[in-house]
Design a protein around this ligand. Structure first.
Ligand code: SF4
Ligand code: SF4
Length: 71
């Protein structure tokens, strides 16, 4: 799950519109990246105006504020 949306998300929708494979959906409080669909192109990471998307290494722990994304 390399790319993760954190609680900094302001639900602007830019990442949802820009994802080439439709891997991002808008959930109740923030957008969510679906790792089974994501091809890790990095577009959302580059385009988020709020710096809400982070890259997490496979063997790294997800920061506490991003953990709710996995609910
Ligand atoms: S671009 Fe950033 S702030 Fe906007 S919806 Fe996506 S993650 Fe949230
Ligand atoms: S890294 Fe690319 S494929 Fe994955 S969610 Fe972001 S824009 Fe979509």
């Amino acid at each position: 799950m390399p790319y993760v949306v954190t609680d900094k998300c302001e639900q602007c929708g830019i990442c949802v519109a820009g994802c080439p494979v439709g891997a991002i959906t808008e959930e109740a409080t923030k957008s969510e990246i679906h790792p089974d669909i994501c091809i890790e192109c990095g577009t959302c990471f580059d385009n988020c105006p709020f710096g809400a998307i982070i890259f997490v290494e496979e063997d790294e722990q997800v920061p506490a504020d991003a953990e709710k994304a996995e609910a």
